[in-house]
Design a protein around this ligand. Structure first.
Ligand code: DGY
Length: 323
């Protein structure tokens, strides 16, 4: 039997590419440049499986081609708001993602941002590298204490819980949670967390707010100017979820006018573009979408895709099927 024809849309860790090439008739994107929408339309007619990632935009129009050979989009990443899953489903194409394996590292990046903003680490490093540091003084770069503060977590799935683990056990933080569905009592009890009904209930009670909900239409601009106004004047917002969850224009205003204390962002609405107003805000720490960027996690993501694909082509239900 011939091997399924598979397209990997970006470079992956070498160990995974090597293993994939043994199992499938594999095409790699050796130039590592994002594919265009017409490349995707063409690929959907030529490959049995396409392995996209967050930099690949797959709206409904991509699925309008006359002939579809593709049977599965095995996404490299947990978030899949860049794929119109209804349109894929309409053409009989399955979609999978890679949950679990990146939860710990993504929570590490959220905690990194939280600490960096609270302790003004970005500002301090810039000052030092630019030769502006004049030495220790009692009033220099005074930040906010993290230990014992209240952290609000919006979206209490695997990554939200990994964040609670760090914040509660590492920093003695009080945890408030807002989640679409009720969180089981034993899960809340693990972190001594309290679930509140709405985002509006959560925001005014928190020193830090960390976003861990999915992206996509449903959560677009979940954090808007009205909700930023509900945050405490010195509170800090962290986003490692998806760029579209935060209205960047409203956030820039809140940072410039000091209606919140600061923010840390790992994701942006129009990556890799970052608005000038954000780049100029000193009380903001910016990272280039590094949540899952460790060797161990990026390899685990690739092997999880391999597992999903193998199950699919062997006639089993892939464990991470989302559509
Ligand atoms: C994800 O998994 O969704 C990350 O944001 C990209 O790897």
């Amino acid at each position: 039997m011939s091997k399924p024809k598979v397209l990997v849309t970006r470079r992956w860790p070498e160990a995974v590419e090597r293993r994939m090439a043994e199992v499938f008739d594999l095409d790699l994107n050796t130039a590592d440049k994002p594919l265009s929408q017409s490349d995707f339309r063409d690929a959907l007619g030529r490959y049995d499986a396409i392995l996209p990632t967050v930099t690949d935009k797959l709206p409904a129009t991509v699925f309008e081609g006359p002939s579809m050979r593709a049977r599965i989009l095995a996404n490299y990443g947990v978030g899949f708001s860049h794929i119109d899953t209804d349109a894929a489903k309409g053409r009989g194409i399955a979609v999978t993602n890679t949950p679990d394996v990146l939860s710990e590292c993504t929570a590490d990046i959220a905690m990194t941002l939280l600490l960096m903003v609270a302790r003004r680490a970005g500002e301090g490093e810039r000052e030092l590298r630019e030769g502006r540091w004049t030495g220790w003084r009692p009033t220099h770069l005074i930040g906010t204490r993290v230990s014992g503060a209240t952290l609000g977590i919006i979206g209490f799935g695997r990554i939200g819980q990994a964040m609670a683990q760090r914040a509660h056990f590492g920093f003695g933080m009080k945890i408030l949670v807002q989640n679409r569905s009720p969180v089981p009592a034993e899960v809340l009890a693990r972190y001594n967390a309290v679930q509140v009904p709405t985002v509006e209930d959560l925001l005014p009670q928190c020193d830090f707010v960390s976003l861990h909900c999915p992206g996509g239409k449903a959560n677009r601009h979940l954090i808007n100017s009205r909700r930023l106004d509900l945050m405490r004047a010195n509170a800090i917002l962290i986003n490692t979820a998806r760029g579209e969850v935060v209205d960047e224009h409203a956030l820039a205003q809140a940072l410039w006018f000091g209606t919140i204390g600061g923010a840390g962002l790992d994701v942006f609405e129009r990556e890799p573009l970052v608005p000038e107003a954000l780049l100029g805000a000193d009380n903001l720490v910016l990272l280039p979408h590094l949540g899952s960027a460790t060797r161990q996690t990026r390899e685990a993501m690739g092997f999880r895709v391999l597992e999903n694909l193998t199950d699919f082509f062997d006639g089993r239900q892939p464990r991470d099927r989302v559509a």
